[in-house]
Design a protein around this ligand. Structure first.
Ligand SMILES: NC(=O)c1ccc[n+]([C@@H]2O[C@H](COP(=O)([O-])OP(=O)(O)OC[C@H]3O[C@@H](n4cnc5c(N)ncnc54)[C@H](OP(=O)(O)O)[C@@H]3O)[C@@H](O)[C@H]2O)c1
Length: 376
């Protein structure tokens, strides 16, 4: 996974150098008019056509989604982007996350319900909603998306569409990692590396809301940001190694590839836990998804080393894959409305520049979230 990630970053950097995607290259790039499809049964969507090194990411005309009885048809006003949107076209998650090609990218959405299936009870036309449709074989960087009722929640009234679209994946992941998997209790210490990223900016706030003490890492320029989100112990990774500074942690989130997860063992108490969002994938994950025995074996092999090291430290390791959940998102929405959580947005791209949004995110420097505004 790390190799693929590095390849994406290299590709993004090379595009920037060639002036294909970077700021300042607007004049050189032919403008593509992509705001709306002309045929009312069609829509514009950012798609990839194949897995691998040349996924052919670009705008396509696609049929508007048709509704299942338990789904909402949502006119997309904004789509949040996440690192996995860059990983999926590489094919790295192909055995796990299923798409029919060409596939629409993106999984976070905020928009207006324009139609409802016959069995929908909680939403009506005109409702403003936000949702994650991650892992449901559809995408949100498009004019319309079908959203299962069970995945949607009303948009918090105090947020605009861009702010609401920035949150579903990172807020649900933080909720499922901290509350469900790690059972974070008031007074516990949780380590959330990369505090200035999409996950970090919301996970720090949620952990503080749950009464935890939060440690994080960030670069010098982002120390003030993570402090403003409530982080208690901030390690500037340009100056110090966190594993030499932090001690006595109960929980560590795995938010960074490389050796950060192994190094986290040094700061965890015996009986602590690591919840990794970046892998290695483990056999429990494969079993929970009912993957075949070959994949169960492969994932067991991939996680063998970290589980052995974790056992040695009397620490539990597990991998977590976020899932859509409208009930949890509604609870997150309440915290947002009560201003216990706030969105942190780095950059908003217009629909025409959705591909550049992905390239920007691939540089791994986003301070908070990157969002695509779908022009209305
Ligand atoms: N398993 C799941 O269900 C799930 C769900 C969501 C996300 N994820 C994964 O979680 C990871 C994090 O996602 P994200 O949305 O937070 O990514 P992101 O927003 O793209 O992360 C960018 C941030 O990482 C920071 N960073 C980069 N190198 C760092 C380092 N060496 N030390 C500390 N901070 C560093 C950068 O800050 P500086 O500029 O200060 O370095 C930047 O603010 C991704 O791999 C994503 O795929 C998994």
């Amino acid at each position: 996974m790390q190799t693929a990630h590095m390849a994406i970053r290299r590709q993004a950097r090379s595009c920037q150098r060639k002036g294909e995607g970077g700021r300042g290259s607007h004049r050189a790039r032919p403008r593509i008019q992509t705001t709306t499809a002309l045929d009312p049964n069609q829509m514009k969507a950012l798609t990839f056509k194949r897995y691998g090194k040349s996924p052919d990411i670009g705008f396509s005309e696609r049929a508007r989604p048709t509704l299942q009885p338990d789904e909402l048809l949502v006119e997309v006003h904004a789509a949040g982007v996440n690192p996995i949107d860059n990983m999926i076209p590489t094919g790295i998650f192909k055995p796990v996350v299923k798409f029919e090609l060409p596939a629409t990218l993106g999984s976070d959405v905020a928009g207006i319900v324009i139609d409802v299936g016959s069995r929908v009870t909680r939403f009506k036309r005109g409702d403003a909603i936000f949702a994650s449709v991650f892992d449901l074989g559809r995408g949100t960087i498009a004019e319309y998306v079908a959203v299962p009722e069970s995945a949607a929640a009303l948009k918090p009234a105090n947020l605009d569409f861009m702010q609401a679209a920035s949150l579903p994946m990172v807020a649900l992941t933080s909720w499922q990692a901290l509350k469900e998997r790690a059972d974070l209790q008031p007074g516990q210490k949780v380590f959330i590396p990369a505090g200035s990223g999409g996950i970090g900016t919301i996970a720090i706030q949620l952990a503080k809301h749950l009464g935890a003490t939060v440690g994080t890492t960030t670069s010098t320029g982002n120390v003030a940001l993570v402090n403003s989100l409530g982080a208690d112990e901030v390690v500037d990774y340009k100056q110090q190694d966190f594993e030499t500074v932090l001690r006595g942690y109960d929980i560590a989130l795995g938010t960074m590839r490389g050796d950060t997860i192994e190094k986290s063992l040094a700061i965890l108490k015996p009986g602590g836990r690591i919840v990794s969002l970046v892998g290695p994938l483990d056999a429990a994950f494969a079993r929970a998804r009912r993957l075949n025995v070959v994949l169960q074996f492969v994932f067991a092999m991939m996680s063998r080393k970290i589980i052995r090291l974790a056992n040695k430290h009397n620490v539990a390791y597990s991998f977590l894959f976020v899932r859509p959940n409208g009930t949890q998102l509604a609870k997150i929405g309440e915290l947002l409305e009560a201003e216990r959580l706030r969105p942190v947005i780095d950059k908003v791209f217009v629909f025409d520049q959705a591909k550049q949004a992905l390239e920007y995110l691939a540089q791994d420097r986003a301070k908070g979230k990157v969002v695509v505004k779908i022009n209305k």
